[in-house]
Design a protein around this ligand. Structure first.
Ligand code: ADP
Length: 238
């Protein structure tokens, strides 16, 4: 079943001579359990695509469907609920709150959604455990390494019953070993049924995806199933 559908999505910023066509009739479907990497030169529309898929901005034309529900026409409240409950975001700079422990950071989206603090905290610790960070639950962000902070950010993005994971250069600030680790973790989250879209510049990291979508000047110019990536070596026949 598809979790994310973009149908003929266009995005125009500004108007008149200042008009920028950031996306031009982009169509993309991402199924449950599928990981899609988005690549393309700077300015090709990658961030815009992610922002629209995350319902943080509306397209100028076309349709966005998330978990079967058309986003266009939803009330602001319904869109906010969809973002709170169904979509996880991983930002390049982690965006962890310094005054909260790892477990509290991960639990925050659930707490904001009204889940009782104790239940949210347990879910937070469990998400950290799945990413191999249980023993760091009580640590504050500045006590964690860059790779650990990114794992906390991924745990926060998949905590609860999230369906769609969106990541913008999730390995941007990490060395290559940690970058690979992050992609492996996102891959693992997707295998549990989450649909993932990851923007990356790095072809090696993109090879962890099931599919790579190439953007140029706001258009999808190519879609490929990558050559057997590192994942195939450890999990043949995925
Ligand atoms: P990428 O992520 O591939 O670098 P972006 O999606 O950030 O590309 O940008 C695509 C195009 O849209 C660029 O020309 C960029 O300058 C323009 N753009 C992006 N966001 C805005 C905005 N808020 N206002 C005006 N132009 C924008």
């Amino acid at each position: 079943m598809s979790v994310l559908e973009l149908n003929g999505v266009s995005k125009v910023y500004g108007d008149g001579p200042a008009e920028v066509r950031a996306l031009h009739e982009v169509s993309l479907t991402v199924d449950e359990g599928e990981l899609v990497a988005v690549m393309g030169p700077s300015g090709s529309g990658k961030s815009t695509l992610l922002t629209i898929a995350g319902t943080l901005e509306a397209p100028s034309a076309g349709e966005v469907v998330i978990a079967g529900a058309a986003v266009t026409g939803m009330s602001r409240n319904d869109r906010a609920r969809l973002r709170r409950r169904s979509i996880g975001y991983v930002f390049q700079n982690f965006n962890l709150l310094a005054g909260l422990t790892a477990a509290e950071n991960v639990a925050l989206p659930l707490e904001l959604d009204g889940v009782p603090a104790k239940v949210a905290r347990e879910a937070g610790v469990q998400a950290l455990e799945e990413l191999g960070l249980r023993e760091r639950s009580g640590s504050f962000p500045d006590e964690l390494s860059g790779g650990e902070r990114q794992r906390v950010a991924i745990a926060r993005a998949v905590v609860g019953d999230r369906r769609l994971l969106l990541a913008d250069e999730p390995s941007g600030a990490l060395d290559s070993a940690n970058g690979e680790a992050v992609m492996r973790l996102i891959r693992t989250a997707c295998r549990r049924g989450v649909a993932g879209v990851v923007v990356t510049h790095d072809a090696q990291l993109a090879s962890w995806a099931d599919r790579v979508v190439f953007l140029r000047d706001g258009r999808v110019v190519d879609q490929t199933a990558p050559a057997a990536g590192p994942e195939s070596l450890i999990a043949p026949g995925r």
